[in-house]
Design a protein around this ligand. Sequence first.
Ligand SMILES: Nc1ncnc2c1ncn2[C@@H]1O[C@H](COP(=O)(O)OP(=O)(O)OP(=O)(O)O)[C@@H](O)[C@H]1O
Length: 260
Amino acid sequence: MTSLLNVSNLSKSFIQHQGFFRKKEVMAFAPLSFDLERGETLAIVGESGSGKSTLAKVLTGVMKPTTGHIRIDGINHSVQQHEKRCKQIRMIFQDPNTSLNPRARIGRILEAPLSLNNSELTPEQTQQRIEDTLKKVGLLPEHEAFYPIMLSSSQKQRVALARALILDPKIIVADEVLATLDVSVRSQIINLVLQVQKERGISFIMVAHNIGIVRHISDKILVMHEGQMVEYGDTLQVLNDPQHIVTKRILLNQKIQIRK
Ligand SMILES: Nc1ncnc2c1ncn2[C@@H]1O[C@H](COP(=O)(O)OP(=O)(O)OP(=O)(O)O)[C@@H](O)[C@H]1O
């Protein structure tokens, strides 16, 4: 059976100019491959600079890969096909304070992906979709008239999730969305993600630091180190019996006991 997401030999390098004539190639991440099934969550962990954010951006098509393929339901996923791509895979960024336009009301923020993606909805259906999506993330239809500054951090992160959900994607990629939130808001957002996942069978790819959360929410884990995928597999299996020194070090740094 075809996996929902199949990533093969995906890599990304940047060309850095050093003076007029010299160029240096920086490998953000080396060729890597993995699969993700419907309704599963993959956690990407690793130390700073290991390539996690670049991988997240390449997966969502924000950046073009240097090598490799991304297939969704067996179909090649291309950066050029912006419209189709947005309906399949959407990204939520770390800080809703910078990712939400402060000058736009919430209704406009949620309407934008629909109009940018040539939605065939009538104005009434668009309005209904916005209200339904707001409700789905625990907000009220009245929040449509609010500006981001009028919302709490939890509400802003809910709007970011609503913006990702509104096109009904198969996969959502979240880059460190929990890092800036305090503990109580963090658990609210985690519960919301788990609920949305259960209801709609969406797959999540989460760049995350906190191994306690990774253990709680993810089915698979991918450990990065200096642009290499050093370990990948079932989350509990990897966390209970890590094979790579980097995984062991991450667990040790967070005082997580290895069970084997
Ligand atoms: N636009 C860019 N141009 C050149 N090099 C880049 C660019 N973006 C990232 N890199 C390099 O790619 C490597 C991986 O960076 P990336 O931001 O993906 O790591 P990360 O694991 O997400 O780090 P952090 O946890 O600190 O966000 C780093 O060496 C970084 O300097």
